[in-house]
Design a protein around this ligand. Sequence first.
Ligand SMILES: [Zn+2]
Length: 369
Amino acid sequence: MTLTRRDAIGLLGMGVGLGSFWRASLSGEPRRMVESLALQARPTFDRGAVIRTLLKDVDPATVDGPVLFHEHLSTRYPLTKALAEEQGRPVPASFSDDVDLMVEEAKLAAKDGVACFVDGGHPDMDRDLAALIRIANESGVHIVGSGGYYMQRNYPKDIATKMADQIADHLVHEATAQRLGAFGEIGQQSGVLTDDEKKVFTAVGKAQARTGLPLFTHNPYTGTRVVNPPIPMDAALKQLDVLEAAGADLRHVAIGHVCCLDDVKAEIPKQLAKRGVFVGFDRVLIPIVPDAQKVTTILAFLDAGYADQLLLSSDFYNGRALKKNGGPGLAQTVTVFGPMLIKAGVSEATLRHILVDNPRRFLAVVPKV
Ligand SMILES: [Zn+2]
């Protein structure tokens, strides 16, 4: 079976069976060094592991298309309703207010091959769970809902007076009651965790250990801009320190927004991966650092042997990128960024591994509650 590179990209978009994709990838042009890595032909999942979507528990082996682990299908960003009211400013509109539109956009993303979205919002980002359930029901795309808290400025007032264990209790209860399948995005506002943020990271790490659910973060970054005071490059590692100390299972932790560090040799991603977590390049197509630089950083990361630990997503937050507005839509990671990696020499097999297999391994857990 000989396919052109264009055919192979098309096949990836349609989420064809693994077998034919591997045959396609093993023929044809010489591949980059990363091709010689012993990539798993089929990921293995723990016995009884599921991806917990809002509608049902899904067998990860049946999810055969790109899984985008950090997007927003329901959100108000950066100014939430509560913050706007507190500051006496008008409540901003959000692209996701029109749920009918989001159903259509999700259907179009499914046509582009997307099998599953993880929504990275929670109540303190004005995430509307009922809207997500409707989008999942009407589009047929799997949607994983998340729990947690965003960052200091968004926290409810009682965070300051609660203990980490009390916050963890609440997160576990909420995740169970609402069929949440992840904790994320868990962020910080500046370069150093505030006391409250450290407490929330500890609580989320404990909630992860108690539930088994995957966890993803938003690490602070400077991109290529000059920021004063500068964001320390090791902030991502410090997040991991707190989660590890809280007992989180690092096989189901992703440190996010690592693509927005100005780090072309991938020093921080490599240090993170060495400690066993997934590394999130989850702001692709957001020009905080140019996408060409993100590609260079990814190549350095792959060449170091970490193809099993890379996750891609676009942290969708800009209505201009919707298909209705002439943009690439919710599947932009697959349809726009994926081809950039192919053009840079990453093979279709490796790309499929990164877009389909890695996020399934990240998400698939044996729930403890
Ligand atoms: Zn996000």
